[in-house]
Write a protein that binds this ligand. Structure first.
Ligand code: TEU
Length: 591
């Protein structure tokens, strides 16, 4: 790759930090994080060195799904503060050169949104804002609905991603409406051009307030196929397979791009589905088509999952690598990757892909090394920078999430699951609530998150794992993350270097190079990561040698143990590189 082939964009060089406001920092003692609480921590974000904040929904909402059910797109949720607080946050971030992207949730609204309230009573102009359908004769289907009028079944066999049928009956309108998520999250009908006008106007309104982009919630679901066909192969009866990347999706998104997006914005589309066809991915990202900056796919997040919250799959390192390798290659010519292992919907990465016991510190740093040295833009989820772990959930009362509670309660009621205790270990590992326990700021009560009663329990390990103590300790995950973040602005090769995986089938080590060749530079990174509790040797002689490699960063903090193939400033010699448990090393050399 030559220098002139590099398409430089600010968001490729950036590190994004995701905030889930409810669990970030509470300023007023009601146990719920809020916007003034984020303002108090802007200095902290600046010190960590991040470039962009992605703020999860802060709009007015009855909170059936913690703000992903929006009642008013142009107002701030009472519990989170006021529009003036939000404006202060934007100003404080911008004053420190940190950009702000908002969450755009437009596949659905809350059932309390005025559009739905009007649609429900068939007010003129609003009849078709949502997906209203007649029910089917219950005799036509092999299962019976629990809700709705006698003898009537929902319009099709689609299941909600949060459990139960994807349809709810409205007594007033005497029709059913579609809700792919919770019953309080009716799906907007994007076929109706007035819906698109309203959505685009609202986006424009936020851009006018000065935001720098949007993360777009489940944006690849907004086009549904004619006739809403069933699919018996889909665990959701067709809701997933038929709604993802639907027939008019690129038309809708390119219209959005033309009408309201600008090249300078960071836009990242969350894209559901078990596997995204690369041809679709490229169209989403091609500046001449839909023009999004990045997308979030789920392929690596599904490796250890089953079809339900109480089911699990086995993941192997070679599978994880295969996903990242496929995506790096797939977007080589068109597009750019997002890099994440955590967000507000996922268990904590160190408990999932690392070792959250003996090697918590090392494995959290190793996973961070991976995210910050692959090709793409890293997304840090709050608390990741200190190596926060899953919560030891022990009873159903400790959960808050609809996506855990609804499916589980339904399954227990239907007799598919015997009891919570019977599936506790798996639900504990899978639940989205793992990500939602409060950020651990200090060893003060409630981890310094609130002076009140937190809305969700604080992880009991906060006395040991917290930001205050990690900031005092030079060898902490926190300091290591700060170093990783700063590498990005110091070395072009970290951002733009070509990625070449080595030993793709190895289930213990992940080794790769990043290479940048151009008029002014010819440099390479060698990254070696040991995903195990054991020492391993990596035979490097055939792949890379250098007599002047520098150890850029390593997670054992001692620049090499003498046994290794290279020292801090030494030779990356032919031979074996010895890696200690969960050791990560990144070498840099000019060629
Ligand atoms: O998430 C989409 C989604 O389907 C996942 O949350 C999924 O439920 C999870 O990966 C595993 O079960 C987005 C938001 O990020 C999420 O918080 C919302 O609940 C959801 O959309 C509905 O808006």
């Amino acid at each position: 790759m030559s220098e002139r082939d590099i398409e430089r964009r600010w968001w490729k060089e950036a590190v994004v930090y995701q905030i889930y406001p409810r669990s970030f920092n509470d300023s007023d003692g009601d146990g719920i994080g809020d916007i003034p609480g984020i303002v108090e921590k802007v200095e902290y974000l600046d010190d960590l060195g991040v470039d962009v904040v992605w703020l999860c929904p802060v709009y007015d909402s009855p909170n059936a799904d913690n703000g992903y059910d929006i009642r008013d797109y142009r107002a701030i949720m009472d519990e989170f503060g006021t529009m003036a607080d939000w404006e202060t946050l934007l100003d404080e971030l911008h004053a420190r050169d940190i950009k702000l992207i908002m969450d755009l949730v437009v596949n659905h609204t809350s059932d309390e949104h005025e559009w739905f309230v009007r649609s429900r009573v068939e007010e003129e102009g609003y009849e078709d804002f949502y997906w209203w359908r007649e029910g089917r004769d219950a005799d036509e289907v092999s299962w019976s609905a629990k809700e709705g009028p006698e003898g009537e079944a929902p319009p099709n066999a689609w299941k909600s991603f949060f459990g139960g049928p994807a349809w709810a009956y409205d007594d007033g309108r005497e029709e059913w409406y579609l809700h792919l998520f919770d019953v309080k999250q009716p799906d907007l009908n994007w076929e109706n051009p007035r819906v698109r006008d309203e959505v685009f106007d609202m986006m424009e309104w936020w851009f006018d307030k000065g935001i720098d982009g949007f993360r777009m919630d489940v944006i690849n679901l907004v086009s549904k196929p004619d006739g809403l066909p069933n699919d018996p192969e889909d665990p959701f009866g067709g809701a997933m397979s038929q709604s993802t990347n639907g027939p008019r999706i690129h038309e809708f998104l390119s219209e959005m791009s033309e009408r309201v997006l600008d090249d300078e914005y960071l836009t990242v589309g969350e894209m559901l589905g078990p596997e995204m066809p690369m041809a679709h991915a490229r169209r989403y990202l091609d500046p001449d088509e839909d023009g999004l900056s990045m997308l979030f796919h789920f392929e690596h997040m599904l490796l250890d999952r089953g079809d339900a919250i109480w089911e699990r799959g086995e993941w192997a390192l070679s599978d994880l690598k295969a996903v990242f390798n496929r995506w790096d290659e797939g977007l080589e010519e068109v597009g750019w990757n997002s890099l994440y292992l955590n967000n507000h919907d996922q268990p904590r990465m160190v408990s999932r892909f690392g070792n959250d016991g003996e090697y918590r510190r090392e494995s959290a740093k190793l996973l961070g090394t991976l995210l910050h040295t692959l090709r793409g833009t890293p997304y840090i989820y709050q608390g990741e920078e200190l190596g926060m772990t899953n919560y030891p959930f022990d009873s159903l009362d400790e959960f808050r999430d609809v996506d855990t509670l609804n499916p589980l309660r339904n399954a227990i009621a239907d007799g598919d699951v015997e009891s919570f205790d019977a599936v506790k270990e798996v639900v504990r590992a899978n639940s989205r609530d793992n990500a939602r326990t409060p950020v651990q700021w200090s060893s003060d009560p409630n981890a310094g998150f609130t002076d009140g009663e937190p809305w969700i329990p604080v992880n009991p390990n906060y006395e040991e794992v917290n930001i205050e103590s990690e900031r005092r300790d030079d060898d902490s995950v926190w300091h290591y993350y700060r170093d990783l973040i700063s590498l990005r602005s110091e070395y072009d090769v970290v951002v733009y270097g070509e990625y070449d995986p080595l030993f793709p089938d190895d289930d213990t080590v992940w080794v790769y190079t990043r290479t940048l060749t151009g008029e002014e530079s010819d440099e390479q990174l060698l990254v070696a990561l040991n995903f195990s509790d054991d020492e391993v040797a990596v035979g490097l002689s055939e792949v890379v040698t250098s007599d002047h490699a520098t150890l850029l960063i390593g997670n054992y903090g001692d620049g090499g143990d003498g046994d290794a193939g290279a020292d801090a400033e030494g030779e990356l010699a032919a031979g074996d590189l010895h890696l200690r448990p969960w050791e990560a090393r990144v070498y840099h050399h000019e060629r």
